[in-house]
Design a protein. Structure first.
Length: 501
């Protein structure tokens, strides 16, 4: 834990513990500070890079006094408002868009709108630089897909950190960026593009000195600040948000997908997890009224034998479930502590990572393929239960083993599991966590007048489950029917059990 706890951090600590009691990453950047739960038997080398963190803490004059969050209720069904599953694309060509649509995804994330390309000289607009992107956006809109569009890349004339296009915008150029965003939203919020969700940078909670200066990831972090530069990001939001809303009142401004490398409430040994205070820095500086939602990233690590985990967030397959839960609950605790429980959250990068680049032998096995397929179903289910607005898989073509298709674009087993999960969860209302069966994790939903259970075992043994009555239908993770019986042995493979109401 941090060496000095001011009142806001202490209350945040307490409410974080409160939210995490019932609960049970890293994206394609060159930063790998998350230590994966790599098993020596699996032959996977753990990551070891670390963020630099400040040695001191700020003075105790908090700008906002937080309050403890209210306990979330899970006793009654929630009404579905948003389609949940999505897939990130590096290019929205017709074939990829068709695969995404056929998978049942609603969201696409595209990290592609580069400010530096459109405005290389202050005041000029080179919209021709986005000609290919504009065609992609039109094709996505035709298919009814909702695009989360990431805006990044500071032009040279606007850089706060000289030579770093991934870094923050200079203070005297924040208004220029806001004006740029006004023009962008005016142009792309209307037909034929219909963009509504705008993510302002990607993983800003990374410091410029630990990534390439022209990286498309990060990097607004300040490792000399106890809140890692979140306060400065808030100053940017204060300029940008009014301009975006003036261009389109329906436009949604998202805090850039937070890496959240490790848990500041219960940090790994030797870590303080200062970068995870980035959102708190935004809120302490009055930024809470200048964004609509928070985007974050949540990866687990394959450890062999149908297992996964994220050591830096104390998450694992046999206890807490996917790390998306722990990270999401931490963010909600921060938002609640600073009087913004109404803000929604999205996981805009989900995945289970294998090895350093996914080419290792253990990442080519059928066992890893099954683990990924099971994980796809689990992370979609828990994201609905945790009331996320979106859960976007990274990515269709993959990174470190996350691909849903092979090199020829042919869907793999994880794609099939994603597709069936999307079908089962479409329009589903979460009812409760199921704790009726020892050794089994489960969730209950209502969908189209049917009660649906999703169940899987928390250990290597098949757990016997006795239902109150014989189910009307049972399906495996790939959508294959299983003979309905009143007693069922539940393994690590998620199953879907249905009854007519």
């Amino acid at each position: 834990m941090f060496k000095i706890l001011r009142t806001p951090r202490l209350l945040l600590y307490l409410c974080s513990i409160f939210l995490l009691m019932g609960c049970g990453s890293l994206k394609p950047t060159q930063v790998e500070q998350t230590q994966s739960l790599q098993s020596p038997a699996a032959g996977i080398a753990p990551t070891s890079d670390k963020f630099l963190t400040p040695t001191g803490m700020p003075s105790p004059d908090a700008q906002v006094q937080p309050s403890a969050p209210a306990q979330p209720s899970v006793a009654t069904p929630s009404q579905p408002q948003y389609q949940l599953p999505g897939i990130e694309l590096s290019q929205m060509d017709a074939a990829s868009l068709d695969l995404v649509a056929q998978a049942g995804a609603y969201w696409i994330r595209r990290n592609s709108l580069m400010w530096s390309a459109v405005e290389p000289n202050e005041g000029d607009r080179n919209w021709g630089a986005l000609a290919n992107l504009e065609q992609e956006l039109q094709e996505a809109s035709k298919r009814g897909l909702q695009v989360v569009l990431v805006v990044s890349s500071t032009p040279q004339w606007a850089q706060k950190v000289s030579g770093s296009s991934c870094g923050p915008v200079a203070e005297d150029k924040l208004l220029s960026f806001a004006r740029f965003m006004n023009d962008v939203v005016k142009r792309y919020s209307l037909a034929p593009y219909n963009i509504k969700y705008w993510e302002i940078w990607n993983e800003p909670d990374i410091a410029p000195n630990i990534v390439a200066p022209d990286s498309i990831y990060g990097c607004w972090g300040d490792d000399t600040d106890a809140y890692y530069g979140g306060g400065y990001y808030a100053e940017m939001l204060k300029q940008v948000y009014p301009q975006v809303k003036a261009a389109s009142p329906e436009a949604q401004v998202l805090v850039g997908g937070l890496l959240l490398d490790c848990d500041p409430v219960n940090p790994p040994v030797g870590e303080q997890c200062i970068p995870a205070g980035y959102l708190e820095g935004i809120l302490r500086s009055g930024g809470g009224d200048f964004f609509d939602g928070v985007s974050y990233h949540a990866y687990d690590y394959y450890t062999g034998s149908l297992e996964y985990g994220n050591h830096n967030w104390n998450s694992s397959w046999d206890s807490t479930g996917p790390v998306v839960i722990a990270k999401g609950r931490f963010l909600r605790s921060v938002l609640a502590a600073y009087h913004h429980p109404e803000k929604y959250i999205l996981n805009t990068e989900a995945g289970i990572l294998c090895g350093r680049d996914g080419s290792e032998p253990q990442c080519q096995t059928e066992e890893f393929g099954l683990t990924k397929a099971y994980y796809v179903a689990q992370v979609n289910v828990v994201s609905v239960a945790e009331s996320l607005r979106a859960n976007i898989w990274y990515s269709l073509t993959g990174w470190r083993g996350t691909a849903l298709v092979d090199a020829q674009g042919k869907p793999n087993s994880a794609y099939t599991a994603f597709q069936f999960s999307a079908t089962q969860l479409k329009g589903a209302a979460f009812v409760r966590n199921i704790s009726d069966y020892p050794g089994v994790r489960g969730y209950e939903f209502l969908r189209d007048g049917r009660k649906v259970y999703i169940l899987w075992s928390l250990d290597k043994k098949a757990q016997p489950v006795l239902f109150d009555k014989v189910p009307d239908a049972i399906f495996d993770v790939f959508g294959q029917p299983i003979q309905p019986e009143i007693t069922l042995n539940v393994s690590q493979q998620p199953i879907y059990v249905e009854w007519a109401q």
